[in-house]
Design a protein around this ligand. Structure first.
Ligand code: 5MM
Length: 344
């Protein structure tokens, strides 16, 4: 492992004003997204849609440091035969790859899951590196349901162990691991319950990373923010989310980690931007703090595009706007007026 090179890539992924596009929807998830806009999920439509994003020059060159791809996409060519990976590289962005193989029920823990995909991962990473991937992503999913005693320590510990196994294998393959332990926003829990569960999850994750000798300087953390569950009666202000999330991360994430890139987790586009902005406005943070959004970057371009070739420019404009808003938020320079100006 060359740690200096891993560190350089990790720092580029969270360079000031830049963040990550999570375009790694598995076939099932992209079908759900396309269903919403009435587009059939064929291989060509998936390619056309992602090509539209990767050819958004301003967004890709100025605001997007890296793109997380799904296995199908990393091998695909654009309509003119250019590999999609090359489009990303030509824009000055870094190709990355989702390497987990989804979740399975965790034995003896009803309703909880374990993320799988460690078997043969070393071989797969070597192939992805040859194809241009310089970082990878693995997502663990932790649910909250206090009425059933969920999450259990078993789910937290086994998922943290798998995340650390994955991260060690990535670094051995000269690939920067994005470590994503996602505590879901589903449910009626309040913000403090989310805070406490996320703290538990992050403590366990960093302990496993230590046990498995993962170099913190060569990784990126992709956590959820401290937010109330979607069905909670107690909403939280932008400032409360920002303050609690910063406090939580300072308590759990060593400063050797170059950057933290949040998932959006079902927040609205503007909420995800406002929260990121408010955290960066607090300032004095030991790590870069940016976005690694899927839905909060893509919902608008998906709607604008709606599968029609004549809407490509509108789809790219919508994507560029969201990427620019989040770039400003990553520097603490966003304001709600900037959103309104665009709408006007
Ligand atoms: C883009 O969605 C990713 C893939 O999900 P599936 O494996 O379920 O298809 C997902 O891992 C994503 O990268 C993160 O959850 C962040 O996305 P959001 O939409 O939460 O910002």
């Amino acid at each position: 492992m060359n740690l200096a090179d891993l560190n350089q890539i990790a720092r580029a992924m969270v360079a000031p004003g830049k963040g990550i596009l999570a375009a790694d929807e598995s076939s099932g998830t992209i079908k759900k997204r396309f269903d919403v806009i009435g587009v059939e999920s064929t291989e060509t439509n998936r390619r056309d849609y992602r090509e539209m994003l990767f050819r958004s020059n301003e967004a890709m060159s100025d605001y997007v440091s890296g793109v997380i791809l799904y296995d199908e996409t990393i091998w695909q060519n654009a309509a003119d035969g250019t590999p999609l990976v090359k489009l990303i590289e030509q824009a000055g962005s870094i190709p990355g790859i989702k390497v987990d193989e989804g979740t399975q029920p965790l034995p003896n823990c009803p309703g909880e899951t374990i993320t799988v995909g460690l078997d043969k991962l070393a071989e797969r990473l070597a192939k992805y590196y040859k194809q241009g991937a310089r970082f990878a992503k693995w997502r663990a999913v932790i649910d909250i349901d206090t009425t059933r005693g969920v999450p259990t320590h078993t789910a937290i510990m086994t998922n943290a162990h798998a995340l650390a196994r994955y991260a060690a294998l990535c670094q051995q393959a000269q690939i920067v691991p994005i470590v994503e332990p996602e505590v879901l926003m589903d449910g009626a829990h309040d913000i403090d319950t989310c805070y406490n569960v996320t703290e538990w999850v992050l403590k366990e994750t960093f302990q496993q990373l230590y046990f498995q000798r993962v170099a913190l300087e060569g990784m990126i953390l992709k956590p959820n923010m401290a937010v109330p569950g979607k069905k909670s009666a107690n909403k939280a202000s932008v400032q409360e989310v920002a303050e609690k999330t910063v406090k939580l991360l300072k308590a759990c994430v060593p400063s050797a980690v170059p950057g933290i890139a949040f998932l959006s987790g079902g927040q609205s586009d503007e909420e995800a931007t406002a929260h990121l902005d408010a955290m960066n406005k607090i300032g004095g943070l030991p790590w870069g703090l940016t976005f690694s959004y899927g839905r909060a970057l893509q919902a608008a371009p998906q709607k604008a595009w709606s599968g029609k070739a004549e809407n490509v420019a509108a789809g790219q404009a919508a994507f560029t706007h969201r990427a620019r808003m989040n770039s400003l938020a990553a520097k603490g320079e966003w304001s709600a007026e900037l959103e309104t100006k665009k709408a006007a």
